[in-house]
Design a protein around this ligand. Structure first.
Ligand SMILES: [Mg+2]
Length: 307
């Protein structure tokens, strides 16, 4: 049994101050990384008394890291002087183990050493406590960190919601309301991206433009409601034939459509065009009470063959 260094208080006196009231609800867990059993036990006792729901204990850096990864505590109390890897190393590992996340780290420093504090913050720590730890200070720091943590979590939630709303808005702005196909704005952006990708990957890209024969006469004869229904049917068909995740079916203009087919050589696109023509014939798009069928004509074919 070796004697404890003189700066370690054999026990910390309880303050009776509570970190959170039992009715405040949300559980809170703290990982204590401290190699000296007496100091660790005192901290654990104080944390329990302060109302921390779960206290995890580690006596060296390696087991601290393992516990952190498996249990994801809400806060870490981290001794600087540890056998083997020191607290600075542990702090850096913890930060690397949670990209995009943030768990508060409070260093435990044996001496009131300014350099320790500096190095601790550099290594990714958020605050420090001088041993022997005064319970009232410990509880105050826990409360401050928890407040920051709660604020950050609210911010993350709001940011995620904003991101989703933005995505939804972008989709709405790039979709044609009548057919549900990508509109011209969306086509411009996606085509641009696919051309770059085709060049980068050295893969062929096909762009097919097509329109509906005599659509204006059709609209004049049978009315816009019938015309719109016809466009919707064509839209459904084009969506169905664009089965690969990166295929794009777009409504380019009034009765003009565009298909972007990545990684499709000329031969493949001819087969595709023939199949599309067949399907359209089978669909027999025609106004109610009429025999007049409407035909989709492929009028331009572009191929990009990057070398
Ligand atoms: Mg130590």
């Amino acid at each position: 049994m070796t004697a404890l260094p003189s700066f370690v208080s054999p026990a910390i006196e309880s303050s009776g101050a509570r970190f959170s009231s039992p009715e405040s609800g949300a559980p809170f867990s703290v990982l204590v990384v401290e190699d000296q059993a007496v100091m660790r036990a005192a901290l654990v006792t104080e944390l329990h008394q302060a109302g921390v729901t779960q206290v995890l204990e580690a006596e060296n850096g390696r087991s601290a890291l393992a516990l952190f990864r498996s249990e994801r505590p809400d806060l870490v109390l981290l001794d600087i002087r540890l056998p083997g890897e020191d607290g600075y190393w542990v702090a850096r590992q913890l930060r690397e183990a949670e990209p995009g996340e943030w768990t508060p780290i409070i260093f435990l420093s044996g001496l009131d050493n300014d350099l320790d504090v500096w190095r601790g913050i550099e290594a990714g720590g958020d605050d420090y406590l001088v041993k022997p730890v005064k319970p009232i200070v410990l509880v105050a720091k826990l409360r401050a960190m928890r407040r920051l943590l709660d604020m950050r979590r609210r911010l993350v939630t709001v940011s995620a919601e904003l991101h989703l709303a933005n995505q939804k808005l972008n989709e709405m702005v790039e979709l044609d309301a009548l057919t549900g196909l990508v509109n011209r704005r969306g086509l411009d952006r996606m085509l641009h991206a696919e051309i770059s990708a085709a060049r980068r990957e050295g893969k062929p890209l096909t762009l097919m433009l097509c329109d509906l024969d005599h659509f204006k006469r059709f609209n004049d004869t049978y009315g816009h409601i019938q015309g719109d229904e016809c466009l919707r049917q064509v839209g459904r068909l084009l969506r169905e034939v664009c089965v690969r995740p990166r295929d794009i079916a777009a409504r380019y203009g009034g009765e003009e459509f565009a298909l972007v087919l990545p990684n499709t050589p000329r031969s493949g696109s001819m087969t595709f065009a023939r199949a599309l023509g067949q399907m359209l014939k089978l669909l027999k798009i025609r106004p109610a009470g009429s025999d007049e069928e409407i035909l989709l004509t492929l009028w331009r074919h572009h191929h990009l063959h990057p070398r």
